[in-house]
Write a protein that binds this ligand. Structure first.
Ligand code: E4P
Length: 226
């Protein structure tokens, strides 16, 4: 399973990109509105320069004509831009029409398996089931990923990828992978939490303490020239 970062914050993207784990980035209007300093186009173009993978930019029109117009403009910014549209009938039409032009779409705000199936049939590149928001309704969000994965598996013509969204904590990531998601898009702070473990900290501390006791005798190899 691949990891995307779910943010429009350039500092977070720059930092996580250095870790060598990022395959893409998702944004949405709320995440965009949280950032100040640069406009939408400039932010998306900058993200495309930081991460070489699919970068989702979300439309804000409510009708298919508007989504198609916005999507065509976004796609012209960079070859990696994926047009994010809502899981509505207007969104489905936009996916189909943008697909005819070779423009890839991410169908977002997916809360049941039928929405995911419809998006796939319209030709979505990815569908985004919102695991955390489903959990918030006292329903198992991971079961939604499992259902979608099982349905997609049954139809060899479906090549749409499942992007687990609304990830709230590290367990959501591992569970999404086991449930059959191809991608999980994660907030920066959840990625940081994934790498925190008290036994890692304690083990590293004791390794270094032991090393330092005899450091003088253990010459490190000289740095290799580039
Ligand atoms: C997906 O692409 C969305 O940006 C995102 O995962 C929404 O998650 P939230 O429920 O944390 O807002």
């Amino acid at each position: 399973m691949k990891i995307y970062l779910d943010t429009a914050n350039l500092g977070e993207i720059r930092e996580a990109a250095r870790w060598g784990i990022l395959s893409g980035v998702t944004t949405n209007p709320s995440l965009m509105a949280r950032e100040t300093g640069a406009g939408f186009e400039e932010t998306i173009r900058t993200i495309c320069g930081l991460v070489d993978g699919p970068i989702s930019a979300e439309t804000v029109s409510e009708d298919a004509d508007g989504m198609v117009a916005e999507g065509r403009a976004f796609a012209a910014w960079h070859r990696n831009v994926i047009v994010k549209v809502p899981s509505t009938t207007e969104g489905l039409e936009a996916v189909a029409r943008l697909g005819e032009r070779g423009i890839r779409c991410n169908v977002t705000l997916v809360f049941n398996a039928n929405q995911a199936l419809m998006a796939a049939l319209a030709g979505a590149f990815v569908v985004s089931p919102f695991v955390g928001r489903v959990d918030d309704m006292s329903v198992d969000g991971m079961e939604l990923i499992r259902e979608i994965a099982a349905i997609f598996e049954l139809d060899p013509d479906i090549r749409t990828q499942i992007l687990a969204a609304s990830i709230r904590h590290p367990r959501h990531i591992a569970e999404s992978a086991l449930a059959g998601a191809h991608i999980a898009t994660c907030p920066y702070k959840v990625l940081l939490k994934c790498m925190q473990h008290p036994l890692t900290d304690r083990g590293q501390r004791s390794f270094l303490e032991d090393w330092r006791k005899r450091e003088a005798e253990m010459a490190l190899p000289a740095a290799v020239d580039d």
